[in-house]
Design a protein around this ligand. Sequence first.
Ligand code: ADP
Ligand code: ASP
Ligand code: MG
Length: 468
Amino acid sequence: MVVMKFGGTSVADQTAVERLIAIVRAQRQADAQQEGGDARGPIVVVSALSKVTDRLLGIAANAGAGDIEGAQTNLRDLRQRHKAISKVIVDAVQREQVIQFLDQEFDGLERIVQALAVLREVSPRWLDAIAATGELLSSRMVAAALRAHGLLAAWIDARRAVVTTGDHTAAAPLFPETTSALMAHVDPPLAAGRIPVVGGFVGATTDGVTTTLGRGGSDYSAAIVGACLGAGEIQIWTDVDGMLTADPRIVNDPFVVPHLSFAEASELAYFGAKVLHPATIQPAVARSIPVRILNSHRPHARGTLITGERPPSSRPLTAIASKKEVSVVSITSTRMLMAHGFLRRLFEVFERWKTAVDVITTSEVTVSVTIDDRRRLPAIMEALSEFAEVDAEHDMAIVCVVGEGLQSDPGLIGQVLQGVGDVPIQLVSQAASRRNVTFVIREADLPHALNQLHGQFFAAEPAPAGLA
Ligand code: ADP
Ligand code: ASP
Ligand code: MG
């Protein structure tokens, strides 16, 4: 059984949904051929329509600022866009029902937004209730569209399928509870030969309060569902041909990496390769489920396959990930040398303020860390300054170069660092695994540094365009 996740651009409009239907149909037929009459699935996980989550968060911001008119205008636009697409992707039989569902959700949203605009405060709990609407709507629409095209789809309310902690806007799945929920709500339609369609990104606490898994979290939903139900493969359908050797928005000529190990993929995802949510790999690793990244615009392209191990490659480096909008916090012990317990106190501060640190480097007296969530930085700096001198630099970027060659060739790290040319490097870190080298530069230098580095180590695409 395969879990197929379609990202925002893969459900953006009528054409995208038609492509999705063809892809799901092909998978269904392939499964039926392989398994005979007992084919199960696939399970379809969908994101909100392209850009809808951003718009919904914008509406929440309108409400928080007391801007009722702004919120209403934006809501009206969104309602219209969903209705217009529904009218063309859903057949006459289901249309009324789907439009009614959309109206009911948008009416509810309007009431919430009005109340919040009066209070001028949007708590994380309400932010989740608003943001989750995108996936609840898109999944309902896609289920109806699949049915309209003769595929037996069943809409599943994600709030009944994925059970999470109450950490709003970044909830974590509760695996035993989610497995039970999936057995109760998703397994029966699967067993009856139907194709469950569930919104990604969304879950609910054991008390039924709506939560979300964090931005880009639909990939994570697919992996959670796949792991809990023991899927044979998790497919991430997106708008690029797979995991590319570098971010295509920054580097001119990146190409597809055909095969990645779980470890490589998780490092690339963690350090900025947006095509995969960093947490996605974790449930897949636990169950050794292969993950495939595929392009819904070019369904026959080979894509990227991610498995526990991968065959050796002739290239010393696999790919480069990068992450913008990073801050470097440098903490210098006021007692000159790192007193006993200094590191513990230091990291306790970040833990207390629930702020994850990514890269860490230490010298005799200074510890530098990078963070990408600056919301609690003032409080963190205040707490750190009780026992250290603290300094923060913003507008920085992390570059993470991944490759097995870093392990086998001790000279490679030097070549990589030289590869960025005259761009000043602030921090460098290499883990004991020596699978990657990570460094921090100014964000303004990122395009130049990445293109230099990429040009040097990924000069030409090894294989033809990657068509199967
Ligand atoms: P979806 O909506 O399908 O989840 P995302 O926008 O989250 O899609 O992720 C796909 C995008 O990730 C691509 O369009 C690309 O711009 C960006 N991206 C960044 N780094 C990489 C990379 N190394 N390989 C592929 N895509 C990348
Ligand atoms: N719609 C959500 C977001 O934009 C989740 C996702 O697309 O993965 O963050
Ligand atoms: Mg995504």
